[in-house]
Design a protein around this ligand. Structure first.
Ligand code: GTP
Ligand code: MG
Length: 321
């Protein structure tokens, strides 16, 4: 494709992220790239672009906003070359993702004080798998990690975390099924202190019946953590399932309304051709997206960087572009 030679990526390629976005890149975003492979900027370009963005799960509002910004800037710059419009689109997409990332607080890990990560989200979105990935991620920085099986609803949930713990060589603090998650967290905080763990990652249940129960449960866990570490949990990570699209986003929003979220993980990005979800998440939740999940293994995690993300939607190292 001629355009492939015109556009070169500017960010450092991230193999993990590219793998996660492969379906999206080879699907809708390939069509978007082809849209700009025409001789002039015309009305059809804008209309088709809007439709394709919506198809990629960018969301109705965000797609309209992106196209409106593109139109305005093309008019302002008196641009007539589709390649320039494509470049403007890239910039607009990056700045949209950066808006949310800007809210990110700098996190400081102190020796001897456990950095507590509480992982939350609705059923089946990928919380437990995310915990295994985070454990591997922190281990790569040489940090000692512990896990707490705070989802005590199902015996299987506890076992699943223990299996991951064994694989990763990470201790797991767990009680029996039906135990009070508060007691698990209490023990885990003590153990993390006693063993000098750098990072403690806490699994939670996503299946509490009402919003009120969920809030009560999570704020109770928070208080227990704060008895040991004043500003714990330093990270409250909301996991979103990319394959559930706009529906998942509505659920995530309801969740974020009841709990103070600091970071977002978009899991199962590899399982969808709708990687545009990151844009609606950034816009609707306004919380920084910090990680994406790109598969079922503990190593299938990528840090979220707006520029790399946008470039990975258009370029793949193996694509010859
Ligand atoms: N392809 C793919 N599958 C994933 C990813 N993350 C999780 N999964 C799969 O999604 C399923 C659910 O993952 P869990 O980690 O058990 O999700 P959970 O939120 O802990 O689920 P509950 O504890 O039942 O609420 C499992 O089959 C995982 O292997 C991912 O990034 N990519
Ligand atoms: Mg789980």
């Amino acid at each position: 494709m001629v355009l492939g030679r015109l556009f070169r990526r500017r960010s450092q390629p991230d193999a993990q992220l590219e793998q996660g976005l492969e379906k999206t890149r080879r699907g809708v975003f390939l069509e978007i790239t082809r849209l700009f492979d025409r001789s002039t900027i015309d009305e059809e370009l804008y209309e088709d672009l809007e439709m394709l963005l919506i198809q990629a799960d960018v969301g109705w509002d965000v797609s309209q906003k992106l196209v409106a910004e593109l139109r305005a800037r093309v008019a302002r710059d008196r641009s007539t070359v589709p390649a320039e419009a494509r470049e403007i689109l890239r910039e607009e997409m990056i700045s949209l993702l950066e808006l949310a990332t800007r809210n990110r607080k700098v996190k400081i890990l102190q020796r001897g004080v456990p950095f507590v990560v509480m992982v939350v989200g609705v059923n089946g979105v990928g919380k437990t798998t995310t915990i295994a990935k985070l454990a591997a991620y922190h281990q790569r920085f040489g940090r000692s990690v512990m896990l707490a099986a705070g989802d005590t609803f199902r015996a299987a949930a506890i076992d699943q975390l223990k299996v991951w713990g064994e694989r990763q060589g990470v201790p797991v603090i767990a009680h029996h099924q039906g135990a009070d998650p508060g007691a698990v967290v209490f023990d885990a905080m003590q153990a993390a202190h006693a063993r000098g763990a750098d990072v403690l990652i806490v699994d939670t249940a996503g299946r509490l019946q009402t919003k009120h129960n969920l809030m009560a449960e999570l704020s109770k866990l928070r208080k227990i953590m704060q008895r040991h570490v004043e500003d714990a949990p330093q990270e409250v990570l909301l996991v979103i399932d990319a394959t559930t699209g706009q529906n998942g986003l509505v659920q995530a929003k309801a969740f974020a309304d009841s709990v103070d979220i600091t970071d977002i993980m978009i899991a199962k990005l590899d399982g969808t051709a709708k990687g545009g979800i990151a844009f609606s998440v950034a816009k609707e939740l306004g919380t920084p997206i910090s990680y994406v999940g790109t598969g079922e293994r503990a190593t299938d995690l990528a840090e979220f960087k707006p520029e790399t993300y946008v470039d990975s939607l258009f370029f793949g190292v193996g694509d010859g572009l």
